[in-house]
Design a protein around this ligand. Structure first.
Ligand code: SAM
Length: 215
């Protein structure tokens, strides 16, 4: 039985206030952060840290992203209800849950078998039901392309061409690109077949592995 108490809701409201102070403006994104019970993604030892604005280990050397990073990427994606979204790097499923709260239809792909198995079983128990895919997402997921939006939640060495190819006209890709320790957040919008690029701050993600990621 997963408990979501008055105290947890209070901690989430504080987290939402923090996101606002850090510059997140989209009320729908703030609402979604306020709804997803982040503490249920944590093991007991780390439970008291669940509403800190930090990334935390989820096993297998991987992390649940920092709430600000999740809010930032979600805001830049400009999600509209019904958008078909591909997430690369399912991890804990927290980011996927936020996208589902925004009304997206979510395809999420994970390369680590243990995390894939765990999250595929766990997330639906919270009522969050994305389509789970096991495999290397560095080449996207052509079988269900094209997508309105693509979000990469691991640090890539370059922008894989396969990902921009799998975007619809008017579609948006958000991806951290850099070295293994820090990456610049990049937004690509496909407009009349052209790729319009916007650059933001640096973030620190675990590496995107696979054919078009780090070997
Ligand atoms: N979105 C996640 C969440 O909300 O918890 C956080 C993701 S974690 C920072 C990065 C994830 O990307 C890890 O679970 C890792 O196994 C996964 N990953 C790394 N390379 C991948 C690839 N080529 N395809 C799919 N997943 C990959």
């Amino acid at each position: 039985m997963i408990e979501d108490s008055y105290k947890h809701r209070g901690l989430r409201n504080q987290l939402v206030k923090k996101m606002r102070l850090k510059g997140i403006k989209d009320e729908r994104v703030l609402d979604a952060i306020g709804k997803v019970p982040r503490h249920v993604f944590f093991n007991t030892a780390l439970l008291s840290h669940a509403y800190e604005d930090k990334a935390f280990p989820i096993g297998e050397g991987q992390t649940i992203s920092q709430p600000f990073t999740v809010a930032f990427q979600s805001e830049k994606l400009e999600i509209k209800p019904g958008d078909k979204v591909l997430e690369i790097g399912t991890g804990s499923g927290y980011q996927a849950s936020v996208l589902l709260e925004l009304g997206a239809k979510v395809f999420t792909i994970e390369y680590n078998r243990k995390l894939y198995d765990h999250t595929k079983d766990f997330l639906p128990t919270l009522g969050y039901k994305p389509i789970f895919i096991y495999g290397d997402g560095s080449k996207g997921y052509p079988a269900r392309a094209p997508y309105d939006k693509i979000i990469v939640t691991a640090g890539a060495p370059v922008i894989p061409v396969a990902l921009t190819d799998q975007l619809k006209e008017g579609g948006i890709l958000i991806i951290p690109v850099g070295d293994r320790t820090k990456q610049m957040m990049i937004k690509i919008k496909k407009e009349k077949g052209k790729l319009i690029r916007e650059e933001f701050d640096y973030f620190a993600f675990v590496p995107l592995l696979g054919d078009d990621g780090w070997k």
